[in-house]
Ligand binder design. Structure first.
Ligand code: 5AD
Ligand code: SF4
Length: 443
């Protein structure tokens, strides 16, 4: 028997990349590759990259550079770059980094087996097409979930919104929704392999409008409701959503669909209408706050998270104050904030961003407010009973860890046979990024 070749995958960026990495590893499984945890042990290294901010792309180049000593002692080592930087800078990567054998964009990785054959013949391969064929139908059907009882499932890709700062419409292309029967089939298959929680993914997931099994079109709420009918699938989440696509039935589902978890990531980016307009967001701060009120009316215990950009071109102190006011009005359980990064080819990149030291200072102020809100939300959980899906052993012996319905990481002392189960846990303490719990039966 020939020994399996070893594949090391490093994923940058969003959850959609995590999903793509799993699917690429599955595709390469057919080429005799099995996954390992370190670059040193690998015959092939695959970087699945993110292009959303300049820093993310630069990080990929520096991480690639760091592979040089390993490549020097192991000349047969194959290096592949996939994902959004590959899509945006394909040729440039091959030029800047002679060690790289293969560059593959997010839409063509179903062709990886053929590409690897070319690489094995000594060719350098570049494939950043937006092909006619649907990669998902051509990838191996057998899913091998690697994240325990919680899995990602990409239902929609690309974006037609064209926020003026964002590269996604260019790197991932136009919005495409996968057919509903394939998604339900994939979810059932994941459940058969022990998965109990599925996070439906899309750059604009709630804009989903896929073909239904009988031919008509399904919106996102319909997809969620049908997923909820799958026996053994106990939890449904979704990310990332756009405020303008929160259809009434999706809001209603937050109130009446028990399997839809009470956590929602709903980016707003700024609290200033002037900046929202310049960002081409097509909603106002007030509109967003009213929307949150409607969703909270359906599901009062909902924990919200969001994304914010500070230092967008033209942002004044007054605009920034409006962002702080919005955050104060909404009350987030978690939120991600970024310094504006000009991305070549996007409309906003034609204007100068704010002074970097001003942007730094604003980021710190915003993050301080968000951290305080996150801490308050977590502390509000202490003394409460939550349901935890245990996913993996904890870092300390005898501990297990998982996620509450509110997506908080929860650690507690407990037996490993609870992994994969959903168990009531009493929260007894809050740390910076996690909660400590006690199994109900022990109290
Ligand atoms: N600069 C800074 N942050 C950005 N994001 C997207 N594009 C940029 C950019 N050019 C942020 C947004 C988005 C998240 C995924 O990344 O907040 O919601
Ligand atoms: Fe990054 Fe966007 Fe690509 Fe995800 S889709 S990896 S966030 S550039």
């Amino acid at each position: 028997m020939t020994e399996a070749k070893k594949l090391y995958v490093k994923t940058f960026g969003c959850q959609m990349n995590v999903y793509d990495s799993e699917r690429m590893a599955e595709a390469l499984g057919g080429q005799g590759y099995e996954q390992v945890d370190t670059a040193e042990a690998a015959d092939m290294i695959l970087f699945n990259t993110c292009h959303i901010r300049e820093k993310a792309a630069e990080k990929m180049y520096s991480d690639l550079g760091r592979l040089k000593p390993l490549h020097d002692v192991k000349p047969g080592l194959k290096i592949a770059v996939a994902g959004c930087v590959a899509q945006a800078e394909g040729e440039e990567i091959l030029r800047r980094q002679p060690m790289v054998d293969l560059v593959v964009g997010p839409q063509t990785y179903h062709r990886l087996p053929a590409m690897m054959q070319a690489v094995d013949r000594g060719e350098r391969v570049l494939d950043t097409d937006f092909p006619e064929e649907d990669k998902f139908t051509l990838l191996p059907k057998d899913r091998r979930p690697t994240r325990g009882p919680s899995a990602f499932l990409t239902v929609q890709e690309g974006c037609d919104k064209f926020c003026s700062f964002c590269v996604v419409p260019y790197t991932r292309g136009a919005e495409v929704s996968r057919p509903a029967d394939r998604l339900l089939g994939e979810a059932r298959d994941l459940v058969a392999r022990g998965v109990r929680e599925v996070t439906l993914l899309g750059q604009n997931v709630n804009a989903y409008h896929g073909v239904g099994p009988e031919g008509g079109e399904w919106g996102f709420a319909r997809l969620v409701r049908e997923m909820a009918c799958i026996d053994g699938l106990d939890r449904i989440r979704y990310t990332t959503s756009h405020p303008n696509d929160m259809e009434d039935d999706l809001i209603a589902a937050h109130g009446d669909c028990d399997k839809l978890m009470p956590y929602l990531h709903l980016p707003v980016q700024s609290g200033s209408d002037r900046i929202l307009k310049a960002m081409n967001r097509k909603h106002t701060a007030e509109g967003y706050i009213r929307l949150i009120e409607r969703i909270r009316a359906a599901r009062p215990d909902l924990v919200l998270s969001g994304d914010f950009i500070v230092g967008f071109p033209g942002e004044t102190e007054e605009d920034f104050q409006a962002t702080l006011d919005l955050v104060a009005a909404v009350g987030y359980g978690a939120a991600y904030s970024f310094k504006y990064s000009a991305r070549p080819g996007t409309p906003a990149a034609e204007r100068a961003g704010v002074d970097p030291s001003v942007a730094d200072e604003r980021l710190q102020r915003l993050q301080a407010l968000i951290t305080a809100q996150q801490r308050a939300t977590q502390e509000g959980m202490v003394g409460r009973l939550v349901n935890v899906l245990f996913e993996k052993p904890g870092r300390i012996d005898g501990q297990i860890s998982g996620k509450s319905e509110y997506l908080h990481a929860v650690h507690c002392a407990g037996p490993a046979d609870l992994l994969g189960q959903i168990v009531p846990v009493e929260i007894i303490a809050s740390q910076t990024n996690s909660l400590t719990g006690r199994l109900r039966a022990q109290s």
